[in-house]
Design a protein around this ligand. Structure first.
Ligand code: SAM
Ligand code: SF4
Length: 316
């Protein structure tokens, strides 16, 4: 379906849980999130019906996210069923990677084609600090499992945090020399769950290019501007929600684990589909796509996102 600003909406981010086994400092508070009652969350059945409705309106790609999607006990069944929905031609997942040693192969077999793993640092003590409870060894074992499981594409997402990992830009980018992966640097967004890093920690993705003068520009892909280090097997991607937003070509809507359609990541507007029958769900989805705002306004390092949700409650 085309939205009211002429943008074809073809991409759904489906959050399957708000819960997570880590507590990244820019994403969610130490104490976690107030656990919603089980009956407030979408059931697996509702998630699948929502994807079916979305596919009827022209959604072709679904990214499964959270919270940490691999903590969801029925994650394999959800992935399998989403991949079977007529019209869905691309299913991907975003994960912290910790549980991939057990789950990479089953996810691939369930029909997940592409995988993004979040990794902000290659130093064990810094990984433990930023995630508050994670182990770098486990995340790297997850990356290795993903590389061996035969996904069509493996990407790493690194949130750029000034004074924390800007010195590691060359080391993170160098992963693309060793493996056929894309390493994507993402600007830190001023979300509600990010209590630890203020405007002073924001650095634009242009800093990545300053640190990688040898990088050669390649074509854009989705929201990422792509570069390649000489001789590298994979690419370096820059994602700039703040310094150069991509609202004009935004093709996505989001569905939260508690059943709220979010036409825009940074808007407070939400449309509930929890408990609806197929026809009503389709109607609300049409309404969400048509009502997608033109842009997220003046989001910048000094402003805050309008949504009161933290990233784990939306699905990044
Ligand atoms: N738990 C999974 C993971 O970490 O990959 C999936 C959910 S997580 C919310 C999705 C992505 O959002 C991660 O790559 C994470 O780094 C990113 N993210 C979370 N908070 C962010 C923020 N304040 N600014 C930019 N990216 C953020
Ligand atoms: Fe969990 Fe992902 Fe948020 Fe980190 S970024 S706390 S792994 S949901």
């Amino acid at each position: 379906m085309i939205d009211s600003f002429g943008r074809p909406i073809t991409y759904l981010r489906l959050s399957v849980t708000e819960l997570c086994d880590l507590r990244c400092r820019y994403c969610m508070p130490e104490e976690g999130v107030c656990k919603l009652r089980h009956d407030q969350m979408l059931t697996e059945e509702e998630m699948v019906r929502a994807v079916q409705a979305a596919a009827k309106l022209g959604i072709e790609k679904v990214r499964i996210t959270g919270g940490e999607p691999l903590t969801k006990p029925n994650i394999l069944s959800i992935c399998h069923r989403v991949a079977q929905v007529p019209g869905i031609r691309d299913v991907s997942i975003t994960t912290n990677g910790i549980r991939l040693p057990e789950l990479a192969v089953p996810l691939r077999q369930a029909g997940v084609q592409r995988i993004n793993i979040s990794l902000d640092t290659l130093r064990p003590e810094k990984y433990a600090y930023i995630t508050r409870r994670g182990s770098l060894d486990k995340a790297l074992a997850g990356l290795e499992a993903a590389l061996n499981a035969g996904f069509d594409q493996v990407k790493i997402n690194a949130v750029l945090i000034g004074g924390f990992n800007d010195e590691e830009i060359p080391a993170l980018a160098a992963l693309t020399r060793t493996w056929p992966i894309d390493v994507r640097f993402i600007e830190l967004m001023p979300m509600a769950g990010n209590r630890d890093f203020g405007p002073e920690s924001y650095i634009p993705v242009s800093r990545v290019l300053e640190k990688l003068p040898e990088a050669v520009s390649e074509k854009e892909e989705g929201v990422a501007r792509l570069y390649r280090l000489p001789g590298a097997r994979g690419r370096v991607g820059l994602i700039s929600p703040l310094s150069q937003h991509f609202c004009a070509s935004c093709n996505r809507i989001r569905l939260t684990a508690d059943g709220k359609l979010k036409p825009c990541l940074h808007s407070a507007e939400e449309i509930s589909i929890k408990g609806l029958d197929d026809a009503a769900m389709l109607d609300r989805m049409r309404q969400a796509i048509w009502g997608k705002p033109r842009c997220h306004g003046a989001l910048g390092p000094l402003s805050r996102s309008e949504t009161p949700r933290s990233m784990n409650q939306i699905g990044g």
